[in-house]
Design a protein around this ligand. Sequence first.
Ligand code: DC
Length: 219
Amino acid sequence: MGFVITIDGPAASGKSSVSRELARSLNIPWVSTGAFYRGLAYAAIRKDIALTDRERLSELAMSNDWKVEMTPEKTKVWFESEDVTDKIGQENVGNAASTISHYPEIRQSLLDHQRSCALGVKGLVAEGRDCGTVVFPQAEVKVYITASSEHRASRRAQELGTDQKEMAQLQQVRDKQDSTRKVAPLQVPEGALVLDTTEMTFSEVFDRVLEFVDGKLKN
Ligand code: DC
């Protein structure tokens, strides 16, 4: 297993952009663990499985009907041989993902797949909500990225071309769900670099993260 850098934080905090850039500069792969929850939620919607039907969701979690693939640009999701990566980015899929992420048995069945991303590689950047606390608690480097809720809502609304106010409301619900759930809630991992990026440019964020990573990996 290679070294692991975890980047956790709330929705639309910019984790994916930082992870992608960091992985590129270190020449290692990266994975969005949110893609596993989004992929499963999307597959459930397509198969008309209720988000409350835990038994069928668990079966679906372990089925070959969908899969996740790491690529340098994005963590891709395939549903029945169709690339649905763009479709899982919608906020309704994010909210469905947040709903099913409460079920401990679902989290457990996705865990092995998430961990296996670090096998056979020299290093991995993993981003999500519980990467530094549950998926890779032994990670060499942990980062926690956040930003004001207004900033995050405006970023995601711009990305998706939707209304900012509506996005802020949806994100509020998701933030609350993700940080108050009983299993693996969003929290700052011990020893993590904490960055509030509200007033920072992307290159300032990236430089600060890279400096922290360099310092940690040298030791
Ligand atoms: O990071 P994201 O927006 O793609 O994540 C979508 C949802 O998936 C998020 O609201 C909660 C869930 N999730 C999780 O519970 N644990 C993770 N490590 C990543 C995502």
